[in-house]
Write a protein that binds this ligand. Structure first.
Ligand code: NAD
Length: 277
């Protein structure tokens, strides 16, 4: 099955479907990512915070895949916003992933309440980009007001904004604002960590199209143009979540799922989250 790609604002192509490794045990990460590669995934989403970048790097090395055939994202941890910490931790990320470059590196959270301004952190990200060791830089959990400040004060428009999006939090304001600025949306927790899978609207559409609720929910995100990377360490689910490109939802079903929005977050609110590990 061929996964479509999205072209980012600097011309770099990213597979629209990937494999997320949040909450994958570091000791299990190599095997989980190798399973995903076997199934056909060529895009992995990790983060310094997840503690499992080394496992992703080990899987990459063991897979026999050409580096250019795999797309790897990592994210700057919350305690690393100061310039020296960002530069040093990026080098550690590169070493753990084991390559000469990272495809996409993100500021994980804006942390608007800490004493290091995310605008300054973004300038350090631009330095990292200038080093040639990353193909694209972006942000995660940035609200329109946060993006506005970056766009005013710096030269690089983020390639992506990775934010929580699923049927119970369609996050339309952030999605449309980002799209207007040429910033691609990556939808994290695309099945709301499983919370939407018993929803009657979704189970009914799943029955109608002969697919699972997870497939319907992920397909919905794909048809809306978002990039997704569901997480599972169960092989059958990893396969299920990959089989999204041989069916389609009609517009009425896409709209019915979007109408389930109730502003429900499974994770923190970016405007008030200032946690540093
Ligand atoms: P998800 O929505 O992908 O749900 C994962 C959970 O759903 C798993 O624990 C699994 O038990 C279950 N599941 C997966 N496939 C299933 C299936 N087919 N049927 C039934 N249950 C299934 O949630 P997530 O892991 O939080 O998000 C996906 C990825 O997004 C993460 O791994 C990470 O890469 C990224 N993420 C980023 C941020 C951020 O702040 N940038 C935050 C959270 C997640």
């Amino acid at each position: 099955m061929t996964v479509p790609t999205i072209t980012l604002n600097n011309g770099v192509e990213i597979p629209q479907l990937g494999f997320g490794v949040y909450q994958v045990d570091p000791a299990e990460t190599k095997d989980a990512v190798l399973t995903a590669f076997e199934v056909g995934y060529r895009h992995v989403d990790t983060a310094q915070m997840y503690g499992n970048e080394a496992g992703v790097g080990e899987a990459l090395a063991a897979s026999g895949l050409a580096r250019e055939d795999v797309f790897i994202t990592s994210k700057l941890n919350n305690g690393h916003h100061a310039r020296e910490d960002a530069l040093r931790s990026f080098d550690e990320t590169l070493e753990k992933l084991g390559g000469e470059y990272v495809d996409l590196f993100l500021v994980h959270w804006p942390l608007p309440g800490i004493d290091i301004d995310y605008v300054d952190t973004w300038k350090t990200m631009e330095e990292i980009a200038a080093s040639g060791k990353v193909r694209a830089i972006g942000v995660s959990n940035f609200q329109p007001a946060h993006l506005d400040r970056l766009l005013e004060a710096t030269d690089t428009v983020p390639a992506v904004n990775q934010v929580e999006v699923h049927p119970y939090l369609t996050n339309e304001a952030v999605r449309s604002y980002s799209a207007d600025k040429g910033i691609a949306i990556e939808a994290w927790s695309p099945i709301a960590q499983g919370q939407v899978l018993d929803d009657p609207t979704i189970t009914e559409i799943a029955r109608k199209v002969g697919r699972t609720p997870a497939q319907v929910t992920l397909r919905w995100a794909i048809q809306r143009g978002d990039i997704v990377f569901p997480k599972s360490v169960t092989r059958s689910r990893v396969e299920e979540n990959f089989a999204l490109f041989d069916f389609e939802l009609d517009q009425a079903d896409v709209d019915a799922i979007a109408a389930l929005d109730k502003g429900h977050r499974t994770g923190p609110d970016p405007d008030t989250f200032n946690w540093i590990p």
